[in-house]
Design a protein around this ligand. Structure first.
Ligand code: SF4
Length: 345
């Protein structure tokens, strides 16, 4: 069996909330500490093959960005581990840990927040490869020129500052900076969400071209199904800290297995309402401070049974590289989704 390129193994991530001002006063007066635990990730397994583009989707607050950061090594897992080429990331040290860090780059939604406003483009792109000994000082200009051309920017812009670029150009700068350290793996966290729709298409096409040119692997995190459909080989759907369904993009879009996926797909943007987010799924996503027991989706699911309220459904292998976590898969004849069912969620 081929060893996955990147793998999350039973990863959980919990955050403890800090008391607010009123709670701090209550604590001083003798009340018990109201610290609560946010269950951002709850036993997530995800493997990504070399050269694969995995689209990770779900509503805001489902844990997809946290999973991206844990896989990218920006956040430690509370439980479980991340493996790179079969080796635990936590076990790496020295040169191997540094190589793993450089090998995975993350591209954020807002490039302005990750580009140093006081540095010129030459420094922003050329600093890291120089600092890590990937190039010599005399090679920096040539590298910056080549990378600016690669991402579709005029190399004569190398002496400008980030605020002198448009949003789309800044995202291209962020991509050039990521490529400067020769990564094999890009975690793209809502990387085109903040751009105008016409620019989104251009940057998405840039990602597609760079994948082949640099032999990259992507974890593409997005709340926008049309984006995921366009770029991903495989789609992974998250709900409240858990993966509920995964499979090849075409198969998931043609015939979703999980009621939540079906609800999302019933709202796949049509040509007249492209790039719509997931808000049309009825009902609020419950708070990760107190996720519902059993299947987290049961309060919104039109097919919920007694079992769903108490027993967590396992992520089952359905064959053809598809997985789904729904008790309906244990029934002899599972219901087929209709537009009315899913829209009623
Ligand atoms: Fe709905 Fe039950 Fe399936 Fe959860 S396990 S999605 S509640 S049918």
């Amino acid at each position: 069996m081929t060893v996955p390129f990147a793998e999350a193994v039973n990863v959980s991530k919990h955050f403890t909330t800090e008391p607010d001002f009123a709670e701090k006063i209550a604590i001083r007066l003798g009340a018990a500490s109201p610290r609560r635990t946010v269950h951002a990730l709850d036993g997530v397994d995800l493997s990504i093959a070399k050269g694969e583009v995995v689209g990770l989707v779900g509503e805001s607050g489902c844990g997809k960005s946290t999973l991206g950061r844990v896989i990218a090594g920006m956040l430690p897992a509370t439980e479980g581990e991340v493996k790179l080429n079969g080796q635990s990331r936590a076990s790496l040290s020295g040169k191997a840990a540094r190589h793993a860090r450089l090998n995975t780059q993350i591209i954020f939604q807002d490039p302005m927040s990750s580009l140093n406003p006081r540095k010129k483009v030459t420094e922003i792109i050329g600093e890291a490869p120089l600092a890590h000994g990937l190039i010599r000082r005399g090679e920096k200009e040539a590298l910056v020129t080549r990378l600016l051309e690669t991402v579709g920017l005029d190399p004569s812009m190398r002496d400008r500052y980030p605020h002198q670029f448009s949003g789309g150009q800044r995202q291209r700068l962020g991509i050039a900076r990521a490529l400067a350290v020769n990564p094999q793996f890009l975690v793209c966290d809502e990387s085109i969400a903040a751009l105008d729709i016409s620019i989104q298409a251009q940057v998405l096409n840039l990602f597609i071209r760079l994948k082949d040119e640099f032999d990259l692997t992507y974890l593409f995190i997005s709340h926008d199904l049309s984006v995921v459909h366009h770029i991903s080989d495989r789609v992974v759907i998250m709900y409240l800290g858990r993966i509920v369904e995964s499979g090849p993009t075409a198969a998931i879009f043609a015939e979703p297995n999980h009621p939540y996926t079906a609800a999302l797909l019933s709202e796949v943007p049509r040509i007249d309402r492209r790039h719509r987010a997931f808000s049309p799924v009825k009902g609020e996503i419950p708070s990760p401070l107190a996720p519902p027991p059993g299947c987290h989706f049961h309060p919104r699911c039109p097919f919920a049974m007694d079992r769903c309220r108490t027993e967590r459904p396992a992520l089952r292998d359905l064959g053809a590289r598809r997985h789904s976590a729904c008790h309906l898969n244990d029934m002899g004849e599972r219901p087929r989704f209709t537009q009315t069912d899913t829209m009623g969620v």
